[in-house]
Design a protein around this ligand. Structure first.
Ligand code: PLP
Length: 395
């Protein structure tokens, strides 16, 4: 028998994986080329060649026992220094290896930080719509996720809802830009608003409130600057992942970068070190960490996603759909043609289009389209989107 807590969580889940699984069944019946599966965020662009070359070279040249042995929990020191150097060069920071913790992707970094920073029923504010797993990371560690609804037109953080979300129990504000599910990149104006309010709330409640910036899509932006948050707020922790930048989500590697000036920095580092053990992650995969020594600066060919974005956005808006222009990540957030976005997704399925309902991201009335698919899938899907649109004009 599983716990009541887990049973409730399973019963309430809106499973995007289920839609993905259904897509596979439909592909068997109608042929893969006739299903337009935009349900899930699995990278569709090849990893840069240097990734596999480096992995082979490491396997061929390095001592197997030390390569596959336990590194220190927070990661290989030379890898942490390499990450610090990269960030210092790129963003004019002063990180040292003592500020970098290697993690199994962004997911584990967020969970480890919740374990380190939250006491029972402490609160984490996040801007909605948000990546649905945030609720699981926070609630598994007995915290409470408090959504602050973004402005519904721009999908930028809204000052009023943000202010209203604070309480004595707020310990973390968790932001994600470029955003999953909306594709929005938070502007410098938004970041200044968020960090000004945070400073005010730290004074009001007289304790640190950490800003966790979840950035797996930082390098996936299209001609737009993404502010580097530690320049605006000292109590910032950057959570980064190579899952999307290098197209290696199955390899599980990322890091948390603690701003050297942040409150209680050394203690947070110690808490993360212990959490790696307590939560059973132990360390990020050793081989993948070593690969970063050569690949820290590599990136997938982002122009492939950009081409998909342009075709999809332009075609859908030409048809008459209302979409928020996505400046980053590989998601497009589109208004559903009926109030119930789940029903809209079901109806889209009749046209063999699979999308994720906005409800799953605390964004009801919208759907998320993941355009990390081959260009041909986007091209072929446009007539199906047109038929779907037309079907709503007559009914
Ligand atoms: N955060 C966001 C916003 C994501 O979209 C994802 C994955 O899709 C993650 C975190 C987790 O990524 P990782 O594979 O690095 O754990």
């Amino acid at each position: 028998m599983i716990s009541k807590r887990m049973q409730t969580s399973l019963d309430n889940a809106v499973s995007i994986r289920d839609i993905f699984e259904e897509g596979k069944k439909l592909a068997k019946i109608y042929g893969k080329e006739n299903i337009y599966d935009f349900s899930i965020g699995n990278p569709s662009v090849e990893p840069p060649a240097i990734v596999n070359e480096t992995l082979k070279e490491i396997l061929d040249t390095q001592d197997a026992l030390s390569l596959h042995g336990y590194p220190s929990n927070v990661g290989h020191p030379e890898v942490r220094q390499c990450v610090a150097n990269y960030l210092n060069d790129k963003y004019d920071m002063n990180y040292g290896e003592e500020n970098i913790v290697m993690t199994s992707g962004a997911a584990s970094a967020i969970a480890l930080l919740c374990n380190t920073l939250l006491d029972y029923q402490d609160e984490v504010i996040t801007f909605a719509p948000y990546f649905w797993e945030y609720k699981s990371y926070v609630e598994t560690l007995y915290g409470v996720l408090v959504p602050a609804l973004c402005d519904q037109k721009s999908l930028q953080p809204d000052e009023k809802t943000f202010r209203e979300a604070f309480s004595e129990k707020t310990r973390i504000v968790l932001i994600n830009t470029p955003n999953n599910p909306t594709g929005a990149v938070y502007t410098e104006e938004s970041i200044k608003m968020v960090t000004d309010v945070l400073r005010e709330m730290e004074k009001k409640y007289n304790h640190p409130i950490y800003l966790i910036s979840d950035e797996p899509y930082r390098k996936l932006s299209y001609g737009i600057e993404i502010p580097y948050i530690p320049h605006y707020y000292d109590d910032t922790i950057i959570v980064y992942s190579f899952s999307k930048t290098l197209s290696i989500p199955g390899e599980r590697v990322g890091y948390a970068a603690l701003t050297p000036q942040m409150a209680d920095c050394a203690n947070v580092f110690a808490g993360l070190t212990a959490s790696l053990r307590y939560m059973g992650y132990v360390n990020a995969p050793s081989l993948q960490q070593k690969m970063l020594l050569k690949c820290i600066d590599a990136t997938v060919d982002v122009s492939i996603y950009e081409k998909n974005r342009d075709l999809l956005y332009n075609s859908l808006t030409d048809i008459g759909y209302e979409c928020i222009h996505p400046d980053g990540a590989f998601y497009l957030f589109m208004r559903a043609l009926e109030e119930d976005d789940w029903k809209f997704c079901q109806r889209a399925k009749e046209e063999k289009i699979l999308m994720a309902p906005g409800k799953a991201f605390y964004g009801p009335g919208f759907v998320r389209i993941s355009y990390c698919v081959p260009y041909k899938v986007v091209e072929d899907s446009i007539p199906a989107f047109k038929r779907l649109y037309d079907s709503y004009q007559v009914s």
